[in-house]
Ligand binder design. Structure first.
Ligand code: BGC
Length: 721
């Protein structure tokens, strides 16, 4: 053993660029390069070599966008962030890129560089398919690595509490089990490339209006059972190297200086071993370090670079213990070792965009949700003579959402960017729906009309055998939408077209839920979200039946919305956003009938459920059969809901699985339920409490569909968070 270890070091002396002993300040050897040691041990060995100056240099980083903040160091790659390394000790720099949905290029600072856009986060969530989350993460991780990045600002897992939130498209819907599972898999995929992913934004960053001043008020137990649970599940599955804390306040203090969130929950209860980085411009004081923040990011956006000279002074004065600064760098190093940043240095390489587009297309194919299909309008026959496509810039491509997650197509065609004024742009991924429809229906006459005049659109619709009208909604970081209509008169256009031609199919490309005043006149409705590179082909595949739709809504489409906190306040004026319903987010909130419920989506197949069995040994297991009763192969998302817990009426997704079934075939499903989903968080004991009593379970195809029901008695159990 000893000999092997010595050999490992000897090998590293030549392979790791170790300088000859005797140079000033060089350690005699680099024992932390021994890959047989644990990341904790390696981090501890290296951490003790750092000087205070070196530590300080590691705990703050710049926004690396020259067009916004001026010159950046020559070594930095223009992108969201950069933290220099410590060459004396062989510590690599952190090259940080936004990558929620693909490798971003903010303001296209890297001239000519683009990336493969995955469908939006809500689209991924609609797949209910963890394998696709992993594949998408692995793809963007490899692309990021090829472009020189080793930290991805990805893993957005904020629950949708506000349907108008401009960033809903980046996240994974309203349910903690679904969002946490998929975020975890996506992070795992990213980190399979020996780079680091974050999970973000910790926590309750659920609206963009007033995101720097809003105080999110919530009962702490309810927070554990909802938004925190989504993070807890994502962290358990994905083991992200870093957590990005959010802009907003939570129950008083800012999230990035929040003792309860960072020290108590994340690092205490969950024993999270990685580091907490701030969101860009989210730090307000040096003592955020004492409250659990390990690294200040995008430092030019803060009033001061708190974690440079002020932190050094605080450590010298002893107001922040030196041990805390040591802990901050130890955590950063620990994640760098755990994720291979030392052992697999970044080497730039070529990207296979065609292969990556296929990954995005596969995801889009399972993300599209069929919301309505009157009299089997869809799939369309490829023999339809005259097809009219209206609106949505369907000749250009599929839209994407704005902000830091914006991905520009790899070979950007200037025609795909539509300026919206005020420096805002709507970017279309080069994937034309019109071209994709033409390819699927080569014998049809396919006409495109941009929809400028409603009367013209209606007249053309009357002369067509089938009409596909697109409705788009652009949403972006930093602002919420005022309501759930389709902007720029598109509802009026769709109303006129659906009235003119009863065979009209509406394809929505939206950032989140919208109202559908024209719904009753439409023959079919598809929600395609922001479908990403390859999205247009996926839409055409579903329209013509090459793909059987299997997306399900990860978010409630509400019938109406109430007031949006802070919406009309002057910018910068602080306000509170109370959450009186606590953990009852979206479908869990009892009340009026939604337009479309969580979990809903149709298929070209027909599925039925039989044979429910509930058993409880170590955990509750739910088993049942799903049958495809139709002549069409398809995929069903079987969903398991808790409907009552020890006498309390509840509604909670406690399990799901996507099953692929050939025509007229059946399969048995077995789902093990995480006991936390059956429990309440008990504030007094700070434990999950599963009460003794009867638990009722329903199984079906949505939160409002109960194909099977049963109950079981469970014993009392307590569990550490
Ligand atoms: C966003 C983060 C992003 C960061 C860096 C912030 O404005 O909230 O999601 O990672 O900018 O671009």
């Amino acid at each position: 053993m000893k000999i092997l270890r010595a050999y490992g070091i000897a090998l590293c002396l030549s392979a790791c660029g170790w300088a000859a002993p005797g140079l000033a300040g060089q350690p005699a050897a680099r024992p932390w390069n021994d890959t047989s040691l644990s990341p904790d041990r390696r981090a501890a060995l290296l951490n003790r070599e750092l000087t205070v100056e070196e530590r300080i240099s590691m705990v703050h980083g710049i926004m690396a966008i020259p067009t916004r903040v001026g010159p950046i160091p020559a070594a930095a790659i223009p992108a969201a962030g950069y933290v220099p390394g410590v060459p004396r000790l062989g510590i690599p720099a952190l090259f940080e890129s936004d990558a929620s949905l693909g490798v971003a290029n903010p303001g296209r600072v890297r001239t000519g560089d683009g990336g493969t856009a995955l469908p939006s986060g809500l689209a991924l969530a609609s797949t209910f398919n963890p394998a696709l989350a992993y594949a998408g993460g692995a793809m963007i991780g490899s692309e990021a690595r090829a472009k020189g990045f080793n930290v991805l600002l990805a893993g957005g897992v904020n629950l949708t509490r506000e349907p108008r939130n401009g960033r809903n498209f980046e996240y994974l819907g309203e349910d903690p089990l679904l969002a946490g599972t998929l975020a975890g898999e996506s992070i795992r995929g990213i980190q399979s490339n020996h780079i680091i992913s974050t999970a973000k934004h910790f926590v309750l960053n659920d609206q963009e209006t007033g995101r720097h001043v809003v105080n999110e008020l919530i009962d702490p137990a309810a927070l554990r059972e909802s938004d925190l649970l989504a993070f807890e599940l994502a962290i358990e599955r994905g083991r992200p190297g870093s957590i990005m804390c959010s802009y907003n306040k939570v129950n008083g203090p800012y999230a990035c200086g929040n003792e309860f969130l960072l020290n108590h929950v994340l690092k205490g209860d969950w024993a999270y071993p990685g580091w907490v980085m701030s969101d860009w411009g989210a730090v307000y004081a040096t003592d955020f370090a004492a409250r659990g923040l390990d690294q200040e990011s995008g430092e030019q956006l803060d009033q001061q670079v708190w974690f440079a000279a002020p932190l050094r002074a605080a450590v010298q004065a002893g107001t922040i213990p030196a041990s805390r600064l040591e802990d901050m760098t130890r955590r950063i190093l620990r994640s760098m070792f755990a994720n291979g940043l030392f052992d697999y240095p970044i080497e730039r390489s070529e990207v296979d965009y065609a292969a990556h587009t296929q990954v995005a297309r596969n995801e889009a194919s399972e993300a599209i949700v069929l919301l309505r299909n009157r009299d089997g309008t869809l799939p369309l026959a490829s023999s339809v003579a005259r097809i009219l496509v209206v609106g949505g810039h369907a000749d250009l491509g599929t839209p994407s959402g704005g902000g830091s997650s914006q991905v520009f197509p790899p070979h950007t065609d200037p025609g795909t960017i539509i300026p919206l004024g005020g420096g805002k742009n709507m970017v279309f991924q080069s994937s034309s729906v019109v071209a994709a429809i033409r390819a699927r229906a080569p014998k049809s006459t396919v006409t495109f009309y941009n929809g400028s005049y409603v009367s013209q659109a209606a007249a053309l619709a009357k002369q067509s055998d089938a009409v596909i009208v697109l409705g788009t909604q652009w949403t972006t970081e930093n602002e919420d939408v005022p309501d759930l209509t389709l902007p720029s008169g598109q509802d009026e256009l769709i109303e006129a077209v659906t009235e003119a031609n009863p065979h009209t199919v509406v394809v929505l490309e939206t950032g989140g839920p919208v109202e559908m005043p024209w719904l009753d006149h439409s023959a079919a409705v598809l929600e395609a979200w922001y479908a990403g590179a390859g999205g247009a082909d996926a839409i055409a595949d579903v329209l013509f039946g090459a793909v059987n739709p299997s997306g399900r809504l990860p978010i409630t489409f509400p019938a109406s919305v109430g007031p949006l906190p802070g919406f009309l306040l002057p910018a910068g004026q602080a306000f509170a956003a109370p959450h009186p319903h606590g953990s009852a987010v979206g479908y869990r909130q009892p009340g009026s009938k939604p337009l479309f419920p969580f979990g809903y989506g149709l298929s070209y197949s027909h599925f039925s459920y039989q044979g429910l069995k509930l058993a409880s040994a170590k955990a509750l297991t739910v088993s049942f059969d799903v049958r495809n009763d139709s002549a069409v192969a398809g995929k069903e998302v079987a969903q398991v809901y808790l409907t009552s817990a020890a006498g309390e009426s509840v509604k909670r997704l406690v399990g799901f699985t996507k099953v692929e079934l050939a025509a007229n075939s059946a399969g048995r499903v077995r789902i093990e339920v995480d006991p936390r989903l059956l429990s309440h968080f008990d504030e007094k004991t700070q434990r999950w409490h599963l009460q003794k009593g009867r638990y009722d379970i329903e199984v079906g195809a949505s939160s409002r569909d109960s194909a099977l029901a049963g109950g079981i008695h469970l014993r009392e159990a307590w569990r550490k968070p």
